[in-house]
Design a binder for this molecule. Structure first.
Ligand code: AHR
Length: 535
């Protein structure tokens, strides 16, 4: 797949905040690319929910990666490993999607409550047919999100469950009155209602979640949207639970049309607050790109594939605009990330892959795309959190390593709930065989505390770049931040060498109100910009 270049990227995203002509600005110093921040044209809020994550019962994603059990020699709190919790807390993860994925549509919540010894052992047919102990259930999941300081995004079972099962799960979790289900929750150790931030009404109902037609799904979904009620008295107003219907599979628009058409014609008895989009950077199914030992061609192909998401979001947003011009329904890209060939020697059903500098670049480009579409994209969940696909963290028994993707999420924390600021740049192209990519990509935002932030990715794996940052009517004094780069695009961290790819601190002083910053090849840089003091 060939990316159509910077023009395509701009037409889909950046130009929606039309920026003044660059000619008004002083030209950048020789050899530098000019980046202009239009700090006085603030755009929509970049919802912190776009930094969400996904933890499915799949391979070592939950068992081993998060849950080790209270008896484990691996340090843990109530069975949840403490090293992983410590690392995830630093990311300020806004929400965790659980229990799937395909797993969710065969999951029955009653299997995962009550004394461990009484929980049934089932099979996990979607992911290798291994046994599922059900030791990580509803209470353990909420304990986990509490420990990392996050919130719950639960997926209701639409394929093999029922509206009644979903309604009872919600009552069990959220009712404050002494109903039989709320008393059962209390007996199981949690008197207070749980907080359910987001509720998925099925998962991939066009695929593993029931292979439904869009029309069939809409009829099912309306019923779930009605009866899966949140009774938590603390969840009102801005804190109300949002219901996310199944939306499109990549470029397919049938679910977007059907769900949004139903929403436009809805009656008083039901509502939704979002639809989901799933898009994996895969470069063609089945996943065949290596996660380790690859070169520039594979790198460019997957970066191009990831940039297609910008066009897809634009396509689905245009359909949503027709049915919902007020933007009441959000788009939630609740599965995204790089899906690569399984690591040799691992169970292919466990979706274990290495995580490289390429994945860090791809993570940054995706987050930039979501930020540019912040007027419609209200949430996103990288697949997945630990040990599965494009993970933040890899574990092996007691050992843990942070991936390059983890570092990008950490560097991007200031963008959570920040106000989007348009930036203008043209860094030229990076050409690799038949693939042409924009060499540089950037977003800027004003954080909730008023500080200004800029994130710039140098996609070129071979050539460093120099940028000159200026703001229209906003002279700058200095910048501090971090740069993530590596010896090669396939560099990764390992248990024995955990710091091959890790951010370095940088600081720069301005000359005449502008900042000159060197961007290493294949790098992600996040800077806090200090404006010059008012004269
Ligand atoms: O993330 C792995 C799987 O990909 C999920 O279970 C499913 O929803 C998607 O197809």
């Amino acid at each position: 797949m060939i990316f159509r270049g910077l023009a395509a990227l701009l037409s889909a995203g950046a130009l929606s905040f039309a920026a003044p002509a660059v000619a008004q600005e002083a030209p950048a110093a020789a050899g530098a690319t000019s980046i202009i921040l239009h700090a006085n044209q603030s755009g929509p809020t970049i919802s912190r929910d776009i930094f969400g994550q996904f933890a499915e019962h799949l391979g070592a994603g939950v068992y081993g990666g998060i849950w080790v059990g209270a008896e484990s020699p691996i340090p843990n709190v109530r069975g949840i490993r403490s090293d992983v919790v410590g690392a995830l807390r630093a990311l300020r993860v806004p929400n965790v999607r659980w229990p799937g994925g395909c797993f969710a549509d065969e999951y029955h919540w009653r299997d995962g409550i009550g004394p461990m010894a009484r929980r049934p052992v089932r099979l996990n047919p979607n992911w290798g047919g291994v046994t599922e102990s059900d030791h990580f259930g509803t209470h353990e999941f909420f304990d986990f999100v509490d420990q990392i300081g996050s919130e719950a995004y639960l997926s209701a079972n639409v394929a093999t469950g029922s509206p009644r099962e979903a309604a009872e799960w919600l009552e069990y979790m959220t009712a404050a009155q002494p109903t039989t289900l709320a008393l059962e929750r209390r007996a199981n150790g949690h008197p207070a209602p749980f907080n359910v931030h987001l509720l998925g009404l099925g998962n991939e109902s066009w695929g593993c979640g029931g292979s439904m037609t869009p029309e069939h799904y809409v009829e099912e979904m309306k019923n779930y949207a009605r009866v899966a009620r949140n009774y938590n008295p603390a969840q009102t107003g801005d804190r109300s639970m949002r219901r996310i219907a199944v939306g499109p599979d990549g470029a397919h628009t049938e679910f977007t049309e059907a769900v949004m058409q139903a929403w436009q014609n809805k009656v008083w008895s039901w509502n939704i607050e979002g639809i989901s989009l799933h898009y994996y950077t895969v470069g063609g199914w089945p996943p065949h790109y290596a996660s380790d030992h690859f070169g520039a061609q594979d790198y460019a192909a997957l970066v191009a594939d990831t940039l297609n998401l910008d066009r897809l979001i634009a396509t689905h947003s245009a359909i949503m605009d027709r049915h919902d011009p007020q933007h009441q329904v959000g788009l939630y890209v609740d599965e995204w990330g790089v899906w690569l060939a399984p690591l040799p020697g691992t169970n292919p059903a466990f979706l274990a892959q290495q995580n490289s500098m390429r994945d860090a670049v791809i993570a940054a480009l995706n987050l930039n795309i979501f930020a540019r579409h912040a007027d419609r994209v209200r949430g996103a969940n990288i697949a997945q959190m630990v040990n599965v696909l494009q993970a933040m963290i890899l574990t092996d028994g007691p050992r843990m390593v942070l991936t390059p993707t983890y570092h990008v999420f950490h560097m991007y924390v200031p963008f959570q709930n920040a106000r989007f600021i348009p930036v203008q740049l043209d860094g030229g192209s990076y050409v690799q065989g038949a693939v042409t990519l924009p060499r540089l990509d950037a977003i800027a935002a004003r954080a909730t505390d008023g500080t200004l932030w800029l994130a710039v990715t140098n996609v070129d794996p071979d050539r460093a770049s120099s940028i000159e940052i200026g703001g229209d009517g906003l002279p700058l004094r200095s910048a501090t931040g971090q740069t993530l780069t590596a010896p090669s695009v396939d560099s990764h961290n390992s248990f024995d060498a955990p710091d091959i790819v890790r951010p370095q601190q940088i600081s720069v002083a301005a000359v005449n109100g502008r900042l000159r910053v060197a961007l290493p090849a294949k790098s992600v840089t996040v800077l806090r910009l200090e404006p010059a003091a008012a004269p």
